[in-house]
Design a protein around this ligand. Structure first.
Ligand code: PEP
Ligand code: MG
Length: 838
C-alpha cells in the first residue's frame, strides 16, 4: 500500500484534514504521517520534520509515499526534504500537486484500494473534478474563443511580461504550479498577440501563448478562490515569477564569444560552411560518434503491446510517468551536484510537464476512447510539441524540444527501455542536445561536442560549459553528414571544427590540447598553495558563493577565502524571510564547509531585479535603478537588523568580513554602520567581534568618490557586473546590448583605477574584484597592474586564476594597465592583453 504524508503550515489544519480523510476510509488503514507547523500552534514548515514523516510513512507502507502539501513554502520544504532523503528512499517518494483537503481525501481512498503511487497521485490531482462539475469549469468552456461560459464572479486582470526571455519554461512552471494551488479556474491569454485563452495550470499550453518580454498577458479567474488567485498571480507576474537572475541571465562568458573572424575550417566538399560558435572552451579530438541510438524513440509495436483495457492502459502510462519522473529526479540531482542548483532547476520544468493536466488529460481521453497508452501519450505530446514549434520566437520554439524529450522519456519507459544508457565516447556530433542529454554526458568519455544547431544560451550549452566539455554549436546541418568514426577535432575556444584533419594538423592540435591539460593539472596540483606574483606580491584568490554546495566546491578548489557570499540565496523563492537562527545556522554551515576560512558575507542584495514575495514593493520602470541592495535594506531596517545580528553572532566564532551592496552615498554606509553597532550591542556577547567592514563598488559615483568612503571601510570589493552595466548604460542580461556591456571597456577600467588610487596603493583599504571579470585569466595582469589584490571568482575558476597570478610580472603589469587606460575600446584592450600574455 502507498503511504501518505501531509505537509501543511498548521498542525491543526493537517490533523483536521487527516481526521476528515479517515472518516472516508470507514476503518481501513492507510499509513498517513503529518509534518505540519513548527509546533502545535506556530505556523511554518520544516524540511527535517518532513524527512522524518516520509521515512516513517515509507517504513509503514510497501508502495512508496505520496506527499501532499498546502501552500508556498510547504512545497519548497518538501522539495528540500526530498533532497535530504537517502537516494533509495527518495526514489519511492512522489510530491503531488493536488489541493490538500480534496487531494488527501481522494488519495487516502485510492491508496486504501491498493492503487500504485502514480495512480494515487493522479487521482488526487484530479480531486477538484467534482467541484468543477458542480460549479462549472471555464477551462473546458469555449476557452479558445475568448468568451467564457459563465461570467458570474469572473475576475480579470493583466500584467506585462518582464522576464528577459519571456514566459519561458521556468517562470511558466512557477505560474502553473501556483495556479494549481487555488480552488479557482484560472486562464491566461496573450493580449499583445491576440491569442486564445489557455489554462494557467498547464505548462504545455502556457508555452503556446508565445509570451515575450513586454507582452501584455490577461488573467481571468473564477471559483471560490478567484480573488486570491488573481491577486497572487498578478503579483507574481509583476515580480517576473521570482526568477533569479542566475536563471534569467544568459550565461555567456566573454571567453566563449565567437571570434570576430571565423576561420573556414571545413573541407569544401562537405559544404560545412556555417559560422560555428565557440560555446565551451577547450580542445577535443576523437572519432565522431552519434548521440546514443537508444535515445531516438520509435513508436512501434513494442511500446503498445499492452491490452486495450482503458484502466490497464492508464495504469501503464502512469507507471511510465513515475519511472520517467524518477529518471529526471536522478539526473536533476546529478546536475545539481555537478553544476549547481541554478542549472539543475532546468529539470523542474521537465518534472512539471509530467504533472501537466493537459498532457495527461489529453492522453487519458484518448485511452478512454480505446487508444493504447503509448499512442495516446505520443499524440498528446505531439500536439503540445507542434503548438510550441509553430511559435515565432526562437527561444520559446526551442522549448518544443523539451516537451519532446520528456515525452520520449515516458515512451522509453513504456517500452521497458533501460533507464540509464551509456554516455557516448569520442566527439559527439548531434543536431541538438536536450538539457537531460547534456547532463548525462560523461566528461571523461566525451572529447568534445559538435551541434548542428543550438546556441550559446541554451540550457544544454550552459551544462556543457559547467561540465568542462569543449563544444562548438550552430555548426550547421552538414555536420550531421560526418560519418561515424571519422576523426574530428574541435576547438571550443576559437569555434573551429576540423573534419578528418591531416596528421600534421592532428599533431599540432594534440600538442595544444596536451599543453592545456598539463596547465590544468598543474593548476589543480598547486591550488592549495597561496598565489603570489613573480615578484612575490601576495594576491588572494577567493570564491563567490551562493550555497553550501558552492562553499564545498570552493574548499575543494583551494580558494583562499569566500570573497563574496551572496546571502540572498537564503531569502529568495520562499514566502517569509529566514529568521536570525536560520541565517546564523546557514552562515555557520558555509564557514564550516570552508574549514574556517574567512567568509565575506554580503548583506541582502535584493529588490528591483530580484524581488521578494514577502516584501511587496511597487513596480518600478527601471528596477536596476530602483530600490535595491542597501537602499532596500535601509528602507526595511527590520530585515537588515536581523541579518546583522546573525552575522555578528557568527563573527564571534569564525573570521567574517561584512560587505554592503549597491552603496552610492556615504550616508548609506554610515547608517548601515550605525545599525551594525546596534547589532553588536544586541548580540551582547562581550567584546565586539573581529569584523572587517567593506562596501561593494558597483555604482560609478561610488568609484569616483572612493576617497570619501576609504576612511570608513577596511576593503572595497568591485562588482564589475553591475559597475559595467551602469557605466555603459547596458542592462546586464539584455541580449540586445550584450556587446556594449564589456567590463574591459576603458571607461570601466578608469573607474577601477580611481578606486585603487583612492585606496592608497596598499596603504589604505584592500581592493578586491568580485565581478565576472576577475575570472577572466587574460584580465588578471591588468587588474593586478591597476592595484587589485584580491580576485573573487566562481569556484571552478580558482586554480586557473591562481596560476595566472603566479605568471604576472608586476612592473610590466603596471605598464600594461597604464596603456589599457588610454586605449580607445574594449577590443583594443583585449588585443593588448592577448599580446601581453603571448
Ligand atoms: C557584481 O555586480 O559584479 C557582483 C558581483 O554582484 P552581483 O553579480 O551579485 O550583482
Ligand atoms: Mg552586483
Amino acid at each position: 500500500m502507498v503511504g501518505i504524508v501531509v505537509v501543511a503550515h498548521s498542525r491543526a489544519l493537517a490533523d483536521a484534514a487527516v481526521a476528515l480523510a479517515s472518516e472516508m476510509l470507514h476503518g481501513q488503514r492507510v499509513p498517513i504521517e503529518v509534518a505540519a507547523g513548527l509546533d502545535e500552534t506556530t505556523f511554518g514548515t520544516d524540511a527535517t520534520a518532513i524527512v522524518t514523516a516520509i521515512t516513517d510513512a515509507d517504513a509503514a507502507a510497501d508502495g512508496g509515499v505520496v506527499v501532499l502539501m498546502d501552500l508556498g513554502s510547504a512545497v519548497l520544504s518538501a522539495e528540500l526534504a526530498l533532497e535530504l532523503l537517502d537516494d533509495e528512499v527518495r526514489e519511492r517518494v512522489l510530491l503531488c500537486p493536488a489541493p490538500l483537503v480534496e487531494g488527501l481525501v481522494v488519495a487516502s481512498v485510492t491508496a486504501a484500494g491498493g492503487a500504485s503511487r502514480a495512480e494515487v497521485a493522479a487521482e488526487a490531482s484530479g480531486a477538484l473534478a467534482g467541484k468543477l462539475a458542480q460549479l462549472g469549469d471555464p477551462v473546458s468552456a469555449p476557452a479558445e474563443t475568448g468568451s467564457p461560459a459563465d461570467h458570474r464572479a469572473e475576475l480579470v486582470g493583466s500584467f506585462t511580461v518582464v522576464n528577459p526571455h519571456g514566459l519561458h519554461a521556468r517562470p511558466a512552471a512557477v505560474l502553473a504550479a501556483r495556479a494549481r494551488e487555488f480552488d479557482a479556474q484560472v486562464q491566461l491569454r496573450n493580449r499583445t498577440t491576440g491569442s486564445g485563452w489557455v489554462p494557467a495550470a498547464s505548462l504545455s499550453k502556457l508555452g503556446t501563448l508565445g509570451a515575450l518580454p513586454g507582452h501584455q498577458l490577461e488573467i481571468r479567474a473564477q471559483g471560490s478562490q478567484a480573488e486570491q488567485a488573481l491577486d497572487e498571480l498578478l503579483a507574481l507576474g509583476l515580480r517576473g515569477f521570482d526568477e533569479s537572475p542566475a536563471s534569467a541571465r544568459p550565461a555567456a562568458p566573454a571567453s566563449v564569444r565567437p571570434p570576430a573572424t571565423a576561420p573556414a575550417p571545413f573541407p569544401a566538399d562537405l559544404g560545412l560552411a556555417a559560422a560555428p560558435i565557440a560555446a565551451s572552451p577547450g580542445l577535443g579530438i576523437g572519432p565522431a560518434c552519434p548521440l546514443r541510438a537508444e535515445a531516438a524513440v520509435q513508436l512501434d509495436a513494442a511500446t503498445d503491446e499492452g491490452d486495450t483495457d482503458p484502466a490497464a492502459e492508464w495504469r501503464r502510462l502512469t507507471d511510465a510517468v513515475d519511472t520517467a519522473r524518477e529518471d529526471i529526479q536522478r539526473v536533476r540531482a546529478r546536475a545539481a551536484e555537478q553544476v549547481g542548483e541554478a542549472e539543475a532547476g532546468i529539470f523542474d520544468a521537465h518534472l512539471a510537464m509530467l504533472d501537466d493536466p493537459e498532457l495527461l488529460g489529453g492522453a487519458h481521453t484518448r485511452i478512454d476512447g480505446g487508444t493504447a497508452a503509448a499512442t495516446a501519450w505520443a499524440a498528446s505530446i505531439a500536439e503540445a510539441h507542434d503548438a510550441l514549434a509553430a511559435l515565432d520566437d526562437e527561444y520559446l520554439r526551442a522549448r518544443a524540444a523539451d516537451v519532446r524529450a520528456v515525452g520520449d522519456q515516458v515512451l522509453r519507459a513504456l517500452a521497458g527501455g533501460p533507464a540509464e544508457v551509456a554516455s557516448p565516447e569520442g566527439v559527439l556530433v548531434a543536431a541538438d542536445l536536450t538539457p537531460a542529454q547534456a547532463a548525462e554526458l560523461d566528461a571523461a568519455r566525451v572529447d568534445a561536442v559538435v551541434l548542428a544547431y543550438g546556441s550559446l544560451t541554451a540550457h544544454a550549452t550552459i551544462l556543457l560549459r559547467a561540465l568542462g566539455i569543449p563544444a562548438v554549436v550552430a555548426a550547421g546541418p552538414a555536420v550531421l553528414a560526418i560519418p561515424d568514426g571519422t576523426l574530428v577535432a574541435v576547438d571550443g575556444i576559437r569555434g573551429e571544427v576540423l573534419v578528418d584533419p591531416d596528421t600534421e594538423v592532428q599533431r599540432a592540435l594534440r600538442e595544444r590540447a596536451e599543453a592545456l591539460a598539463d596547465q590544468d593539472r598543474e593548476a589543480r596540483a598547486l591550488t592549495n598553495q597561496p598565489a603570489a606574483t613573480l615578484n612575490g606580491v601576495p594576491v588572494s584568490v577567493a570564491a563567490n558563493i551562493g550555497s553550501v554546495a558552492d562553499a564545498l566546491a570552493a574548499a575543494e578548489r583551494g580558494a583562499d577565502l569566500a570573497g563574496l557570499v551572496r546571502t540572498e540565496f537564503l531569502f529568495l523563492d520562499r514566502d517569509s524571510a529566514p529568521d536570525v537562527a536560520e541565517q546564523e545556522r546557514s552562515y555557520r554551515e558555509i564557514a564550516a564547509a570552508l574549514h574556517g576560512r574567512r567568509i565575506t558575507l554580503r548583506t541582502l542584495d535584493v529588490g528591483g531585479d530580484k524581488p521578494l514575495s514577502y516584501l511587496p514593493a511597487p513596480a518600478e520602470a527601471n528596477p536596476f535603478l530602483g530600490l535595491r541592495g542597501i537602499r532596500l535594506a535601509l528602507a526595511r531596517p527590520e530585515l537588515l537588523a536581523e541579518q546583522l545580528l546573525a552575522i555578528v553572532r557568527v563573527a564571534h566564532d569564525t573570521p567574517v568580513d561584512l560587505m554592503f551592496p549597491m552603496v552610492s552615498t556615504l550616508d548609506e554606509l554610515l547608517s548601515a554602520r550605525r545599525m551594525l553597532t546596534e547589532a553588536i550591542e544586541a548580540a551582547d556577547a562581550g567584546d565586539p567581534p573581529e569584523l572587517r567592514v567593506g562596501i561593494m563598488v558597483e555604482v560609478p559615483a561610488t568609484a569616483l568618490k572612493a576617497a570619501v568612503f576609504a576612511p570608513h571601510v577596511d576593503f572595497f570589493s568591485i562588482g564589475t557586473n553591475d559597475l559595467t552595466q551602469y557605466t555603459l548604460a547596458a542592462e546586464r542580461g539584455n541580449d540586445n546590448v550584450a556587446a556594449l556591456g564589456d567590463p574591459l571597456d576603458p571607461g570601466v577600467l578608469r573607474l577601477i583605477d580611481a578606486v585603487c588610487r583612492a585606496a592608497g596603493g596598499g596603504a589604505g583599504p584592500l581592493v578586491a574584484v568580485c565581478g565576472e571579470l576577475a575570472a577572466d585569466e587574460l584580465a588578471v595582469p591588468l587588474l593586478l597592474g591597476l592595484g587589485v589584490r584580491e580576485l573573487s571568482v566562481n569556484p571552478r575558476a580558482v586554480p586557473g586564476v591562481k596560476q595566472a597570478v603566479r605568471a604576472v610580472d608586476l612592473p610590466k603589469a603596471v605598464e600594461l594597465a597604464a596603456r589599457a587606460l588610454q586605449a580607445e575600446s574594449a577590443t583594443a584592450v583585449r588585443a593588448l592583453l592577448t599580446q601581453f600574455t603571448g
